[in-house]
Design a protein around this ligand. Structure first.
Ligand code: ZN
Length: 361
C-alpha cells in the first residue's frame, strides 16, 4: 500500500485488506480509509464500494463526504446509485433504507441526492420500457447503409453500432450480411462487415475473414480474430496453428482456437501463455481460455496457469467457479481463494466448504 504499484494490483490489495478489516484488524481498516482519502487508485468512486461493504452506512457516509456540498449531478448520479446498491446488498433493502433516511434527516445534501436518484430511476424505467418496444434489431438495408457510411471513417467510429447490429440481428439478416461480406470488394466496407460478425457467428466459408488476418492494419487483424473466434472450421484451426509460430500473434492464435479447440491443445496454449508479457495480452488470452472452458473439458494444468497469470479478479473468479462446478478445484487453490481479493471468489469457496461440512455432519 505504501509503495503504489499498478492500479489493478492496488484494487486487489484493498480487497484483501478488507478481508482483514472484516476480521477486526483495525490497522487494515485505517489503511483502507486512508487509501480512500488519498485516492490512491485514482478511482474514489469504485473504492467506495469497499468502504460500504466493510462498514455499511458508516462507510457510505464517509464516501459521501467526498461529494462535499456538491448538489446532485446527473453525471454522477449512477455512481451514487451503485453505492446505494452496495448498501442494499450488504444489509438488505429495508435496513439500508432505514439507515439512509435516518442519515438524510440530518444531511440536506444527502436528502437532495436521494430525491434526484428516485426521480431519475423512474425516468429510466419509462425510457427502458419504450426502448424495448422499439426493437434494437436493424434491418439489412439499414446495416448495409451503415457499412457504406462507415467505410472511410476511423476504425472506432460506428464500430459499436455495427457490433450491436450483429448481436441483435435476426437469422435472415445474418444470412444476407454473410452474402454481402462474401461479395464485398471494397476493403473499407469489408472491414465493417467483419465488425458486424464480431458479435454473431459468420456462417459459411471463412476464407475472406482469414485473409484479413494477414492484413497490415493491426485493427483489421484484431476484428478478424474476434470474428473468427466464433467460427468453427478446419481452415480456422490451420491458421491458428500457423499463428502460433509467429511472435506477437499469441492472442490472435488463442482467439482462433476458441471455437476450434481439440483435446491436447493445452500444451500449445500453455506455451503461448508463457510468451505473453503485457497484462492486457494476458487478460485477453485468459478471457478466450475461459470461453473454451465453458464449452470444452480443459485439463487442470492450463486452467491453473490461466488462474495464476490473469491480472483480473473477475476472470480468476470465473475459472474458480468453473473448477468448482466440475468438482475439481485443487485443495491449494481452495485454500488460497479463502483469501482472494475478490469477495465473490471468497464466498464461492466458503460456500463449498460449508457444503462439505454439512455432508460430514
Ligand atoms: Zn477479466
Amino acid at each position: 500500500m505504501r509503495t503504489p504499484s499498478k492500479e489493478s494490483d492496488l484494487w486487489q490489495v484493498i480487497g484483501i485488506l478488507r478481508r482483514f478489516a472484516e476480521l477486526g484488524d483495525e490497522e487494515a481498516r485505517r489503511a483502507i480509509y486512508g487509501a480512500f482519502d488519498r485516492n490512491v487508485t485514482g478511482d474514489n468512486v469504485n473504492d467506495a464500494d469497499e468502504l460500504i461493504a466493510l462498514d455499511g452506512i458508516g462507510g457510505f457516509l464517509h464516501a459521501f463526504t467526498m461529494l462535499g456540498d456538491k448538489q446532485p449531478d446527473l453525471q454522477e448520479w449512477w455512481q451514487f446509485d451503485s453505492w446505494i446498491e452496495g448498501l442494499e446488498e450488504r444489509d438488505g433493502e429495508a435496513e439500508a433504507w432505514a439507515a439512509l433516511q435516518e442519515a438524510a434527516r440530518l444531511n440536506a445534501t444527502l436528502a437532495a441526492w436521494l430525491a434526484v436518484r428516485e426521480h431519475h430511476r423512474a425516468n429510466l424505467k419509462e425510457k427502458w420500457a419504450n426502448h424495448r418496444q422499439s426493437t434494437p434489431c436493424m434491418r439489412f438495408g439499414e446495416i448495409a447503409l451503415l457499412v457504406a457510411e462507415s467505410a472511410a471513417l476511423e476504425w472506432r467510429e460506428n464500430r459499436g453500432k455495427l457490433r450491436s447490429a450483429g448481436r441483435w440481428a435476426k437469422p435472415a439478416t445474418v444470412k444476407r450480411a454473410a452474402a454481402a461480406l462474401a461479395e464485398e470488394t471494397d476493403g473499407g466496407r469489408l472491414n465493417r462487415w467483419v465488425q458486424f460478425f464480431t458479435t454473431t457467428p459468420f456462417p459459411g466459408d471463412p476464407n475472406k475473414l482469414l485473409e484479413r488476418t494477414y492484413d497490415e492494419g493491426e485493427y483489421v487483424r484484431f476484428d478478424a480474430a474476434l470474428a473468427l473466434s466464433r467460427v468453427s472450421h478446419p481452415d480456422v484451426r490451420v491458421r491458428a496453428l500457423g499463428l502460433a509460430d509467429e511472435q506477437g500473434r499469441e492472442v490472435e492464435c488463442v482467439r482462433l482456437l476458441e471455437s476450434n479447440f481439440r483435446a491436447g491443445d493445452e500444451a500449445l496454449l500453455n506455451r503461448l501463455l508463457d510468451r505473453l508479457v503485457s497484462e492486457d495480452d494476458r487478460h485477453w488470452a485468459v478471457m478466450s481460455i475461459r470461453r473454451i472452458q465453458e464449452q470444452e473439458n480443459i485439463s487442470d494444468d492450463l486452467l491453473i496457469r490461466a488462474y495464476e497469470i490473469t491480472p483480473c479478479s473477475i476472470c480468476r473468479g470465473g475459472i474458480v467457479d468453473g473448477l468448482i462446478e466440475e468438482s475439481r478445484l485443487p485443495a491449494w487453490i481452495h485454500e488460497e481463494c479463502e483469501w482472494d481479493a475478490y469477495h465473490s471468489t471468497r464466498e464461492a469457496v466458503l460456500e463449498l466448504k460449508a457444503r462439505a461440512d454439512r455432508r460430514i455432519d
